[in-house]
Design a protein. Structure first.
Length: 188
């Protein structure tokens, strides 16, 4: 495991994981919750994430990186900064959950256009439904999704939901020390 990956994992374990009773964005209930925002606004973590997103995507010829608000916003920022450090131009974008009633009324904010190759990112995936919404919006404008990258895959269906894409989680819940037995219910 690279030093950047090890350190980001350590930050996620110490800052983002909580145990209790939680309702997830997917509607499912869980005995643990991963609040990535407790990590994604930390200076060291953002730099580490930029490095790991660079490592996960620099083999591609992409024009943009982004995903569904809110989790993808700091992720895209970290990635575009790292690309700039490497002398490569990359646009960031985010997909609104709902179009605004004013302005352009676009759900995709940033410079993404038909024909662009993009990577769609998200922080924590359970079923993959949220990231699928972002994918649908960028594909609707004619961009091509070359890869999907998330920080943590909860191992509850996202990989299967995204089977037609090159899906690469940086971590799974097992990396965070959380196991899921064969019945799919998480164990702490």
């Amino acid at each position: 495991m690279s030093d950047a990956r090890s350190r980001l994992l350590e930050l996620f374990k110490s800052r983002a994981v909580s145990f209790g009773k939680f309702k997830l964005a997917s509607g499912r209930e869980s005995t643990y919750y991963i609040n990535s925002k407790k990590v994604l606004f930390h200076s060291e973590a953002v730099w580490l994430l930029g490095e790991l997103l660079w490592q996960a995507t620099n083999d591609l010829h992409i024009q943009a990186i982004g995903g569904l608000e809110v989790g993808a916003i700091p992720m895209a920022t970290a990635a575009v900064l790292r690309y700039h450090e490497q002398g490569r131009v990359l646009e960031g974008f985010f997909v609104r959950k709902q179009a605004k009633e004013h302005g352009s009324k676009s759900r995709v904010e940033g410079e993404v256009k038909a024909g662009d190759n993009v990577v769609v990112i998200d922080d924590v995936l359970t079923t993959g439904e949220s990231v699928a919404q972002a994918i649908a919006e960028v594909e609707q404008i004619g961009a091509k999704v070359l890869r999907v990258v998330c920080i943590v895959d909860r191992l509850e269906g996202a990989r299967e939901r995204l089977a037609k894409y090159d899906f690469r989680p940086l971590f799974t819940i097992r990396d965070l020390g959380i196991e899921t037995p064969s019945n799919g219910e998480p164990e702490a």
